[in-house]
Design a protein around this ligand. Structure first.
Ligand code: ATP
Ligand code: MG
Length: 469
């Protein structure tokens, strides 16, 4: 069992190997060519050997026919010349049979029961005394016979010599071809080795690189066919490099953002501990609590952002009702809206199912509603609406605050970016989270100006086709 699976694994590995595949194709083609050629050369050798035998049979018959004569009594006679039979003595122990008959059917000499070929002067295989023999008949006129009479001479010989000749001719051909194929195979293997060497060098070069080495590889190290692969590798490494730089920037920004409130808190704590007066101490403690709130919001936004990044969580594909989620989140923010005297409204359709990570989609909603309430005019209005447009769910969050200048509508999605002069504390991560979540769910987010001058955030997400009642 183990042997079987390991040999299967070995076959699989070979199937994966370009070298093995190319070699297999070449070898299969060569084997096919050899088989075809062997068959062809066997046919040729067979025909040649038959031709040689038939020529000898014809000569022999002719020599016998020349020796036929008519005596004074009008009888046809023959003295078989020894040369006529000796030409078959090639050392393979062949048996020779002959027959001489007159045109009217009288046997002059030889074997009376020798079967005659059907066509004159052409060799044919016939069965004689339980063996196949090659036979040939020659009709020949004899001087002295009435009505220009003729005799017919048939000579037959066993196959030993013919087969021996065929084998020799075939073997000669076979050896030549075998050597040729061996040579072609060897040259192919050398060619493959040389052709694949640059690709293998590329593999080794990539493998030998350290974790930090992301500088581009030279495309010139491989043939033109492989150069697109090198370009793709280089592009990929560049992306990784940019990603790493962004990550480093992010970590240093985050550390910076954490350090400022921490320093502030340390000061506030020492101020509070030094205060003798109860009211002033309360004030200092209040400030400290507010800094802690800010810091803990920053920490939770950082955590949400890291979870929203692609690849940080196992991808979840739940179907959530965007309309229901919007209603819940608006309800949860009623208190916050009340504090700023904001008219928080929600207009949603029945059910708008979308697919994605439910927790993250809710985080997106929370951040948009939080921004709208936070940055709307106090005493103003915020409207959240969810509708279906074709195959898309459209979420609009509209407020009547100062809006975002067109020039900054792209930058606000960057991490830690806040519009200059923005009041209230915030970390500048909310819209970055929104962008990550929307990207992850395959949607788009666009900022525009509301009729009254506030901001409208429009999110389009594909409607989930499954589980739709
Ligand atoms: N509805 C809005 N109206 C006006 N300006 C907005 C609105 N939403 C966002 N902004 C501007 O975009 C900036 C980035 O918003 P974002 O939500 O990313 O960060 P934040 O609200 O400052 O901090 P937090 O991470 O706590 O949400 C805000 O600082 C603000 O200047
Ligand atoms: Mg925000």
């Amino acid at each position: 069992m183990g042997g079987l699976s390991s040999s299967l694994a070995a076959v699989w590995k070979l199937r994966q190997s370009l070298r093995a595949q190319l070699l297999a194709w070449v070898v299969l083609t060569l084997i096919g060519a050899i088989c075809f050629n062997l068959y062809e050369s066997h046919q040729t050798a067979d025909q040649t050997a038959k031709l040689v035998t038939d020529r000898t049979l014809l000569s022999s018959a002719r020599v016998i026919a020349e020796a036929v004569w008519v005596d004074e009594g009008g009888n046809v006679e023959v003295d078989i010349p020894p040369a006529a039979l000796e030409m078959f003595d090639t050392g393979f122990g062949d048996q020779v049979y002959y027959q001489v008959i007159t045109a009217w059917g009288n046997l002059v000499s030889g074997f009376p029961d020798l079967p005659l070929p059907t066509v004159e002067r052409s060799g044919q295989d016939v069965t004689f005394r339980d063996a196949t023999v090659r036979a040939l008949t020659l009709n020949h006129p004899v001087v002295g016979l009435p009505d220009s009479g003729a005799i017919s001479v048939t000579v037959a010989v066993t196959h030993n010599s013919q087969y021996a000749l065929r084998k020799r001719l075939w073997l000669d051909d076979f050896t030549k071809q075998f050597v040729l194929v061996l040579l072609a195979g060897a040259v192919t293997i050398i060619g493959l080795q040389r052709g694949l060497a640059p690709a293998l060098r590329l593999r080794d070069a990539v493998r030998a690189r350290g974790r930090e080495r992301l500088d581009p590889l030279s495309p010139a190290m491989v043939q033109t066919e492989f150069q697109p692969l090198v370009h793709a590798l280089n592009d990929h490494m560049e992306r990784v490099q940019n990603q790493m730089a962004a990550q480093r920037r992010f970590v240093s920004n985050a550390a910076h953002q954490l350090r400022t409130p921490l320093a502030l808190m340390s000061t506030q704590a020492s101020v509070a501990s030094r205060e003798k007066d109860d009211a002033s101490r309360d004030e200092a403690l209040q400030a400290l609590r507010s800094s802690i709130r800010h810091l803990s919001r920053l920490a939770s936004q950082l955590l949400t952002l890291s979870r929203a990044e692609p690849g940080s969580r196992r991808p979840r594909n739940e179907v959530i009702d965007l309309a229901g989620a919007a209603k819940d989140i608006v309800a949860a923010h009623a208190e916050q809206a009340l504090q700023r005297d904001i008219d928080l409204g929600v207009e949603v359709e029945e059910r708008v199912p979308i697919a994605g990570d439910g927790t993250m989609l809710r985080e997106m909603l929370v951040n948009l509603v939080d921004n709208a309430i936070r940055y709307a005019r106090s005493g103003g209005r915020v409207t959240v609406s969810v509708s279906r447009v074709g195959d898309f769910a459209v979420l609009d969050v509209e407020d009547d605050g100062p809006g975002i200048p067109a020039a900054e509508r792209e930058q606000v999605f960057e991490r830690f970016y806040r519009v200059l002069g923005t009041e209230g504390d915030g970390s500048g991560l909310g819209l970055a989270i929104v962008r990550e979540v929307v990207d992850g769910a395959g949607g788009t987010v666009v900022l525009s100006e509301a009729d009254g001058g506030g901001l409208v955030v429009s999110v389009r997400l594909p409607i989930s086709m499954e589980k739709q009642e």
